[in-house]
Design a protein around this ligand. Structure first.
Ligand code: ADP
Ligand code: MG
Length: 139
């Protein structure tokens, strides 16, 4: 296994419900280190750019509207196998299908408003991290 970095986002639904601390504490208790963290209220352009891969999906408009509905917390997580471990910790996209104890099972209300984002590959982790952070902001 290798030390990896991955991008997590605490989405606007979870920041509205005051779950930032609980989610960050969970990352740390699972051995993932906070390498960078910042609050950001995404513009329409930023949200569209971040989710450009989903631009053709029927839910794209709804997704952009949700992601711009309030502030998010963008986080770089670092640790052994961080990409896969964060995805495991998040649970399935649809909270109804997420395993017990996962962040989406605990904190998400619907498939759209699902509390957290996590990069799905090491390659995307690098791209997504650079979308929000400069190298000099990650420790
Ligand atoms: P994940 O976030 O688990 O990687 P996807 O990459 O497939 O999931 O989708 C990106 C985001 O788009 C999801 O986290 C969710 O916020 C939203 N989304 C996905 N599928 C739907 C859907 N069927 N209806 C509404 N929103 C959706
Ligand atoms: Mg995804």
């Amino acid at each position: 296994m290798a030390i990896e970095r991955t991008l997590s986002i605490v989405k606007p639904d979870a920041t509205r419900k005051n779950h930032v601390g609980a989610i960050v504490a969970r990352f740390e208790s699972e051995g993932l280190r906070i390498a960078a963290i910042r609050k950001v209220w995404m513009s329409k352009q930023e949200a569209e750019g971040f989710y450009a891969v989903h631009a053709a999906r029927p839910f794209f408009g709804e997704l952009v509207e949700f992601m711009t509905s309030g502030p998010s917390v963008v986080i770089v997580l670092e640790g052994e196998n961080a990409v896969a471990r964060n995805r495991e910790l998040m649970g399935a996209t649809n909270p109804a299908q997420a395993a017990d104890g996962t962040l989406r099972k605990l904190y998400a209300a619907s498939i759209g408003e699902n509390a957290v984002h996590g990069s799905d590959s090491l390659e995307n982790a690098t791209i997504e991290t650079a979308y929000f952070f400069r190298g000099t902001e990650i420790f």
